[in-house]
Structure formats: structure tokens, C-alpha cells
Design a protein around this ligand. Structure first.
Ligand SMILES: [Mn+2]
Length: 338
């Protein structure tokens, strides 16, 4: 339970605010989006005027969540309070720095609601509520109980989605008996889990021809560097045919990483005009994707990164350099863990 000083401070901040912006970090996921939307419901029921901000576009796999289209890339011109959900890390609000809006956010009262274990680095927040919970949705549910905030059906559904997503269906290490109790309470409150799951699955449906195309892509996967690297190359004609339906690398990258012994998956898109893009994904414990991408002038995160080259260099030579660089970085990981 959050201690009372926190709850008093929260009440005080809310009492002084009419226009509230709910902020998600630059890596939105189901927990951050559903928590932001639940908070929107809860606060609007209390007569607040709520807007939603995220520095990057909401990824397409989250678009089926009703209300996702209300999230804007721009902070509202006026607001009295910001509530940052699902992160306490300043580094994950980089877009606000890039657009010069961070100072604007920091100039107004701000609070954080999060569940991550890392030490908070958002120094301008007047209140940081971060609890060891499996999801921000769980923290919000507990706060709602403590503060006697009524939850409507939609917010109950959103909180269930948030908790189920971050807990990987109540199976992750951070899932507690309390997380499971909360889901039970939400079901008692009218949430139909089967319905939530079928909506999620429905959103994953794709054109039938993509099922065949995925099969062809998987057959073309190359296992390199003694199987540590799985690579796929997508030529211009396939980009033309299939990109309007789905981004081809995303059809196979996760499957590629599942091969025993594979540690890195990479998908190259090779364009007619000489441009090459690469999407890199690393398996758990092998967080080198960002370093690998940086070698080619790109960037990203330890487990997901990418780069784009337009200098017209020979693709085969580029691929060899990629494999050599990845191999060296992988050896580094192995040596470090010895
Ligand atoms: Mn989360």
C-alpha cells in the first residue's frame, strides 16, 4: 500500500487540477496505453478534462484498443497537471526533449504512477508513486480502491488488459497472488476475459496471402555464425507486394529467434536504389542490438535496434561486415559471463 502521505499528496494535486494530461513513455505498450485510458475514464468521471500524450505513434498492434486514437504526439497547450504512467525514467521521455516540450512539462505540477524497480529519474515530478506490482494497471487498481474511485466497465476492462499483458497472462515472475486476486475481482465486477482475449486475437488477423508469404520467408532464413545469427533478406519486389499489408520482417523475426542456439535475428530490406535497412532483435541475456546498430550508424535498445544505409555499398559486403561485427559482440557477451 502506498503510504498515506503519498495519497494525501495525490489528492491535493488532483484537487488543484482541471486539465490533466496523461503521459506515456517513448516505448508504449499495452500496460501503459490501457493504464492511461483507464485513468482518462476515472478522472473524466470526476469532472476532469483529460488528454493523452505519447512522444511516438502508438504501435499498430495496440490500435484495436478503443481510445488509442485519442493519444496525441503533442502536449496540449494548456494543462494544470501531468500524470506520467508506466515509467519513472527521464530517458524514456526523450521525444519531449527533441521537440523542446520537456521544460513545458516540467514547469507544471507533475506526478508519476509506475511499477518498475529502477530508481526514478524524473526529477521534476512532485510525487512519484512506484510500487512493486506486476503492472501499472495493478498500481492504479489499488489506488482506485484506496481512494474510493469508482471504476466503470470500460476502466475495469482496461485495467484487466494492462495486468494480463505485463504479467504475460499471470505467469511472469513478478505476478503475485494479489495480481491474480485483482483479476478475480475485475471478473466479479463484470469483465469477460474470453471477450478481451478474442478481441486481441481478432486484431492479430492478417490477409490470407501473408500466411503463405510467411512460410516462404521462414524457408529462406539463413543460420550463420554457427547458428548464432538468423538472417533474412527481403528484396524490393516483396517490399512492393507485401509492405502495404504488413511489414515483412515483423512476420518472421520472432520465429527466427526461437531456433535453438540462435541469439540474434536480423531482417534486411534491400531496395532497388541501393538503400538497405536492418531490424535487429536479440534474445534474453544478449543485449547487444544497440551496439550492433550503432556500428552501422543506427541505434535503438539492447534487445531491439535498427539502422538504415543509403551510401550504395555492396549488400553482400555489408552482410559480411554485419556477421563479423555481431560475432565479435557475441563473443564479448560470452566472455563477460565466464
Ligand atoms: Mn508496465
Amino acid at each position: 500500500m502506498t503510504d498515506n502521505a503519498d495519497v494525501l499528496k495525490l489528492k491535493e494535486l488532483l484537487a488543484d487540477a482541471v486539465k490533466i494530461v496523461v503521459v506515456q513513455a517513448d516505448n508504449p505498450d499495452t500496460d501503459s496505453l490501457a493504464s492511461a485510458l483507464a485513468l482518462e475514464q476515472i478522472l473524466e468521471d470526476q469532472g476532469k478534462d483529460v488528454s493523452l500524450y505519447c512522444g511516438v505513434d502508438i504501435p499498430s498492434y495496440l490500435e484495436y484498443i478503443s481510445g488509442a486514437d485519442r493519444v496525441s504526439n503533442e502536449l496540449p497547450k494548456q494543462f494544470d497537471l501531468s500524470i506520467i504512467v508506466d515509467t519513472a525514467s527521464n530517458a524514456l521521455l526523450e521525444q519531449l526533449d527533441k521537440t523542446g516540450q520537456k521544460a513545458w512539462l516540467a514547469a507544471k505540477p507533475s506526478m508519476v504512477i509506475d511499477h518498475h524497480a529502477t530508481a526514478p529519474t524524473i526529477s521534476f515530478a512532485r510525487l512519484v508513486i512506484t510500487r512493486p506490482a506486476v503492472a501499472t494497471g495493478e498500481v492504479l487498481y489499488e489506488l482506485a480502491k484506496q481512494l474510493d474511485w469508482p471504476l466503470n466497465t470500460q476502466s475495469k476492462e482496461l485495467l484487466a488488459m494492462a495486468i494480463l499483458s505485463d504479467s504475460l497472462g499471470l505467469t511472469s515472475e513478478a505476478t503475485t497472488a494479489r495480481s491474480i486476486h485483482i483479476i478475480a475481482e475485475l471478473v466479479e465486477g463484470g469483465v469477460a476475459l474470453a471477450q478481451l482475449e478474442s478481441a486481441r486475437r481478432e486484431s492479430m488477423r492478417r490477409e490470407a496471402e501473408l500466411v503463405h508469404y510467411k512460410g516462404r520467408l521462414l524457408q529462406r532464413v539463413e543460420f550463420l555464425d554457427n547458428g548464432r545469427i538468423a538472417a533474412i533478406t527481403i528484396p524490393q519486389d516483396e517490399i512492393d507486394t507485401y509492405s502495404p499489408l504488413y511489414n515483412p520482417p515483423m512476420l518472421v523475426l520472432d520465429d527466427m529467434r526461437l531456433a535453438k542456439g540462435t541469439q540474434i535475428a536480423v531482417a534486411f530490406k534491400v531496395y532497388k536504389d541501393g538503400k538497405v535497412t536492418a531490424k535487429i532483435r536479440c534474445n534474453f541475456g544478449i543485449g547487444i542490438a544497440d551496439k550492433l546498430a550503432e556500428h552501422f550508424g543506427g541505434g535503438g535498445h539492447p534487445y531491439a535496434a535498427g539502422f538504415k544505409l543509403q551510401d550504395g555499398r555492396d549488400f553482400e559486403a555489408l552482410k559480411q561486415e554485419f556477421i563479423a561485427t555481431a560475432s565479435r559482440l557475441l563473443d564479448g557477451v560470452r566472455n563477460k559471463s565466464l
